[in-house]
Design a protein around this ligand. Structure first.
Ligand code: NAP
Length: 283
């Protein structure tokens, strides 16, 4: 079904979102603070609004994607939000999303918060995901239209959930990057080819290890950290080994030392028989 949709903010991400909605056959109205960014989208069939208020009036579904939440508030300040669904795909914090939902509701609008798990080039490709939280009614009404931008996933009615899960996914990514960087440091110390090590050895290993994480997550959820494989005592010895090997190669294990600290602390409490999931209790 073709919908009227307005997109506020035509930076790299907003422009990609608007383009995907146009390609799916929706009637798209666009607005950007610097008006020249609307021209390529107008050439593809979008209507250009002179003000955010005009863009909000044009469509019942309004997608906002600007720098940050203060910018969203600035953009929507003069716009009539009553009866509108505001889908805010700007990156922010859970508390900001909850405040924004209350602010929009106070002005008669319905609110969805979105966490875009993609770069602009991935929009409208199978790998792209957008997490949504907030008004379930608004999500159900527009799920199909939203799916033109990326696979949509509704995670709950607390508006802060999508940004929180977005941040949790980034947290996992940064943790993986920390391990990757330290692995590069060690391998570089013997001048072994880094791309070969990464694609042929490291990535398959990380994928195999990641397969265990849903099991660990279930253990953390119920607080049962019994294991039959690789308990914390074994990992404590493994970490000692790692630290010494790094020293002997003349490099440092700086990014992973906090994990060693956690393992040592848990083992010192007499819980060396637990699995690695037990470390969650130390955080
Ligand atoms: P961008 O290319 O730098 O664009 C920023 C946009 O925000 C522009 O449209 C800019 O308008 C607008 N803006 C900034 N301050 C404003 C204000 N005070 N009032 C009105 N408009 C304002 O950034 P982007 O990559 O599109 O990112 C937009 C949002 O998407 C961010 O929250 C970002 O975290 C999120 N996101 C981006 C990516 C990514 O890979 N790019 C991935 C996931 C999420 P002007 O054109 O007038 O400067």
């Amino acid at each position: 079904m073709s919908e009227n949709i307005s997109v506020l903010g035509l930076g790299l991400m907003g422009a990609a979102l608007a383009k995907s909605l146009l390609a799916a056959g929706h009637h798209v109205t666009v607005w950007n603070r610097s008006p020249e960014k609307a021209a390529p989208l107008v050439a593809q069939g979008a209507q250009s609004a002179a003000t955010p208020a005009e863009a909000v009036q044009a469509s019942p579904l309004v997608i906002a994607c600007v720098l940050d939440y203060p910018a969203v508030e600035e953009v929507l300040a003069e716009a009539p939000l009553a009866g509108r669904v505001i889908a805010n795909l700007t990156t922010g914090r859970p508390a900001e999303a909850r405040e924004m939902a209350a602010w929009v509701a106070g002005r008669g609008g319905d609110y969805l918060d979105g966490g875009v798990m993609a770069v602009p080039q991935m929009i409208a490709t199978p790998g792209a995901l957008i997490l949504y939280s907030g008004s379930q009614q608004a999500y159900d009404r527009y799920e199909q239209a939203l799916s033109a931008m990326a696979r949509p996933r509704y995670v709950g009615d607390d508006p802060g959930l999508a940004p929180l899960l977005d941040l949790a996914m980034l947290t996992g990514m940064y943790g993986q990057i920390a391990g990757f960087l330290e692995a590069m440091t060690l391998v570089r110390s013997v001048k072994y080819p880094l791309p070969e090590f990464t694609s042929e050895l490291l990535v398959p290993w990380l994928n195999a290890m990641a397969a265990a994480q849903p099991r660990w997550a279930a253990a953390i959820e119920v607080g049962d950290h019994r294991t039959e494989v690789s308990n914390l005592e074994v990992n404590r010895a493994g970490m000692e080994n790692l630290v010494r090997a790094f020293e002997e190669q003349g490099v440092t294990l700086e990014l992973l030392l906090p994990i060693k600290t956690l393992i040592d602390r848990r083992v010192a409490r007499g819980l060396g028989h637990e699995g690695l999931s037990g470390l969650a209790e130390e955080l």
